[in-house]
Design a protein around this ligand. Sequence first.
Ligand SMILES: CC(C)(COP(=O)(O)OP(=O)(O)OC[C@H]1O[C@@H](n2cnc3c(N)ncnc32)[C@H](O)[C@@H]1OP(=O)(O)O)[C@@H](O)C(=O)NCCC(=O)NCCS
Length: 168
Amino acid sequence: MAFTVEPLNKGHDRKPFQCGQPDLDDWFQHRASQDDKRNVARVFVASNDEHGVIGFYCLSSFTLTIGDLPDEIGRKLPHYEAIPAALIGRLARDIRVHGKGIGELLLADAVRRIISASRTLAVFAIVVEAKDAAASAFYEGFGFRPFPQHPHRLFLLTSTASTAFERL
Ligand SMILES: CC(C)(COP(=O)(O)OP(=O)(O)OC[C@H]1O[C@@H](n2cnc3c(N)ncnc32)[C@H](O)[C@@H]1OP(=O)(O)O)[C@@H](O)C(=O)NCCC(=O)NCCS
């Protein structure tokens, strides 16, 4: 299914959007543009002529501490107070396009955008917030690993993501 992904704008009709998680729908419909305006989240929207808005994700900068990471990764890092990361805070597709690969394409678009930004602003890891066990399983299918102390927060090293995209 063809669609475009672009920054949230006034032309996007968000009212009919439903992903199956009411709190995500509510955030997208009522709070996404405020978060974007206030520079706390950058919101990207997928749409096409047939369905209108079919998905979204949002990106923010984020920091980790070495203690957040598994030992085998943390011990190779310099002992800085903050390790730079990028957060995919929310990501969802409309239930009308369930199981058609839109979630995967949205995730790929978000990761590609982060890799591109990381050439200007260092990003050690890409972090995702999963709403529940099903969302964690979705992300784990793409190589994300849960943080030892936050099972529903997962990460992928930017270096791993870049290598994966180079192969495509
Ligand atoms: C999670 C979500 C984005 C997946 O989107 P989707 O378009 O239905 O999934 P896709 O069709 O792209 O599936 C891609 C792959 O992930 C797998 N997958 C999808 N949902 C999954 C789940 N709940 N558990 C495990 N694997 C899942 C698919 O089987 C597929 O793998 P395959 O290619 O090996 O068959 C979607 O279910 C959603 O929007 N859920 C509500 C919001 C949400 O929970 N967002 C995530 C946290 S903010």
